[in-house]
Design a protein around this ligand. Structure first.
Ligand SMILES: NC(=O)c1ccc[n+]([C@@H]2O[C@H](COP(=O)([O-])OP(=O)(O)OC[C@H]3O[C@@H](n4cnc5c(N)ncnc54)[C@H](O)[C@@H]3O)[C@@H](O)[C@H]2O)c1
Length: 321
């Protein structure tokens, strides 16, 4: 029986550093925009009232991936992660399973990478600190990725002491915001909250600002008011998915935003669509999280293992037919 390596969170983190994840995710966005990597929209399976499951397949680079992952936003109160599950990586020529990977760790790496990639692509070309609102597992990953790319971070979380805790863990280059208004006023902002409350109300965005909206990645969630989207150059990760399940879904439903009014990050990276037009423009990135991002990072982890098994101690193996 074939033996399949199992990469726990520790091995995923050891295999791919945040800065390398940005490059893997950039490559994934570009290959998807070129049509080389393919991906149907993710399938949501509701589990009311606590959360939902998602099935996220993608194919490319000779492999196929399926991520089975959750979003259970009340879990931290039960000392459990909001996002958890497994990524299956298979050979696209023979169908053989090649690896099992911890979905929480893959998700954090690729979510941090996408938020930072969008900011680096769309924000004004300065190294102004980035404010991160919502410093749970994925907000922390965004902060770690900005730091790895040489940008300082300002942290804010609704939970008392959570921002301080993350600042203490990440160390130099981190600061805790005085309050929410202070964080929202930064030139570069990333939101990674459960999306139950709107953070950017009517008139909140300022000229030249960039915001990466990462938290509202499913039906009924929002981190920005529909009116604010009308003031910005709106960029999504992928139209089909984001127009149904992202921050832009309500604006699309009401007719305030149309397909022509929304760019895709991969097409901007390819040079097929314009990014920021000038220093006064407001740019907003709406992320719902793409399976091709997971494929890019899962491949990077697996490749590291194939190149040098000894670099990743602790990888278990299971026999699966
Ligand atoms: N776009 C993507 O690719 C992507 C990827 C992963 C997770 N997500 C989504 O991001 C969200 C966060 O995921 P997570 O795994 O980091 O969850 P988490 O529970 O670990 O962290 C969420 C944090 O947000 C804080 N928070 C809640 N409401 C807030 C508010 N109004 N202002 C400031 N902070 C607030 C909480 O205290 C908590 O620390 C979820 O909705 C999840 O579905 C999106």
């Amino acid at each position: 029986m074939p033996r399949v390596p199992v990469f726990g969170a520790e091995q995923v983190v050891a295999a791919v550093a945040p800065a390398a994840a940005v490059e893997a995710v950039r490559d994934a966005f570009v290959r998807h925009a070129r049509g080389e990597w393919t991906m149907p929209s993710k399938v949501y399976l509701d589990a009311p009232p606590d959360g939902d499951f998602r099935a996220m397949p993608a194919a490319g680079g000779g492999y196929a991936v399926l991520k089975w992952v959750t979003s259970f936003p009340r879990n931290p109160a039960r000392a459990l992660p909001t996002v958890s599950g497994v990524v299956l990586l298979s050979d696209a020529e023979t169908g053989e399973l090649r690896a099992l990977l911890d979905a929480g760790a893959i998700t954090a790496l690729r979510t941090g990478a996408a938020a930072v990639l969008a900011a680096e692509t769309l924000a004004r070309p300065t190294l102004a600190p980035a404010a991160i609102i919502g410093c749970g597992v994925n907000g922390r990953a965004v902060a770690a990725t900005f730091l790895a790319r040489g940008r300082e971070v300002l942290l804010w979380d609704a939970r008392p002491n959570q921002a301080q805790l993350v600042a203490g863990e990440l160390g130099e280059g981190t600061e805790v915001a005085a309050d929410l208004a202070d964080a929202l006023a930064s030139d570069v902002v990333v939101t990674v909250t459960p999306g139950r409350e709107v953070l950017f109300h009517d008139g909140a965005l300022h000229a030249g600002q960039h915001v990466s909206l990462m938290g509202a990645d499913g039906p009924g969630k929002a981190e920005i008011a529909v009116e604010e989207l009308g003031r910005a150059h709106v960029v999504c990760d992928e139209w089909e998915q984001a127009s149904h399940n992202g921050d832009i879904a309500r604006a699309v439903e009401s007719g305030a935003l149309t397909r022509e009014g929304v760019a895709e990050l991969g097409r901007i990276l390819l040079g097929d669509e314009p990014g920021r037009s000038d220093e006064h423009e407001i740019t907003v990135f709406d992320s719902t999280g793409l399976a091709v991002q997971d494929l890019g990072v899962a491949l990077a982890v697996y490749q590291r293992f194939v190149d040098d098994e000894s670099a990743l101690p602790g990888v278990a193996e299971v026999e699966l037919g």
